[in-house]
Ligand binder design. Sequence first.
Ligand code: PHB
Length: 394
Amino acid sequence: MTTSTSNLFKPIKIGNVTVKHRVAHLPTTRTRGSADFIPTDLIKQYYTDRATTGALLITEATLLSLNQGIYANVPGIWNEKQSAAWKQIVDSVHEAGGKIALQLWALGRVGTAKLLKEHGLPLTGVSPIYEHEKAEKEAIEAGNPIQELTLDQINDLIYNQYPNAIKLADKAGFDFIELHAANGYLFEQFIHPGTNERTDKYGGKSIENRARFFFDVVDHLSTIIDPSKLAVRLSPLNEFQVPYVNPTAEEDYSYIVEGLQKRADEGKGIAFIDIVDERYNPDGSIKSQTVEFVDKIWKGPLVKGGSYTYDNENWKVINDVANADDRTLIGFGRHFIANPDLPERIKSGHALNEYDRSTFYNNSNYGYNTYPFFGQEGVEHDPEQKNVVGKALA
Ligand code: PHB
């Protein structure tokens, strides 16, 4: 079977939305927001370009409030201005033919203590455990040592902050809203036994307790928006921003995915699971642990991504994965950054632009909207674009 006839290029229904094919854009932090966390014209161009081939785009992680952690120049969604700016992006993506999910983000303990202090906000974590000594030193120097989230603060997240953000995202017209429950951020800090030493109902040995915050949020949000628009990103075998790979990952995430499937069976969503599926080690060998147990439990749409490369002939690996069932989408981060027309290049067998990692996190248009579409080679990475920064859309 060739790439163009594989499942990859068949439409797929997700919730109430039909996506034209199964090559998706994964969330990737790009720091092209304005200084006051508003999406910019550069961000609009980035997603619009990538919508022209009809993909499902999952946005960069987007802060749901300031007090759940801050990084500079990332976009947020806690006020009307941000919602209005995102609406311009969503409308433009839809006009170009794509679909778009907002990824909702709370940083918890890995937020920047100094930036929080500048906003008069505390650095909070599930438990008062720093990511590493450097983070501890910076927090102490900033006069903002980490504090354990109180039950009142947890309730505020479940009943005020997440609902506020999700209503604003819904108002902006996003097709889906993805809860970022991966990669060592707030939800995973609750789930992972190495970052949760709480002794109340949100902590302790049992996964029922460590997953309670996640399900409390999912269940409450499902009463606020159509749950068929809700999605989640999970990374059971994550090594980033956690002290070690969760030794009870399979048990913990089986519980979580079973809980999601049970809700789906009852007609309470969710749209899709976006799973960090890192099956390769950097040396090219295949990891002994996999997240394939998720495939067995979850029956709905599944976005898989993390380590798909194109160093195999005719995209054999992704075709095989997409053809193994009729519900899998293949997600790309780095290759989609460097190729605005990635799905079309995969379909047509065109070579890819190479990505330049050194430009991933700057604040200018250089290395952002400077990658050519196929056939436009020669105009890439104009150094002038280093002087171009985004203008807030609202
Ligand atoms: C990052 O900004 O480094 C980052 C953000 C979200 C992720 C992973 C990494 O899921």
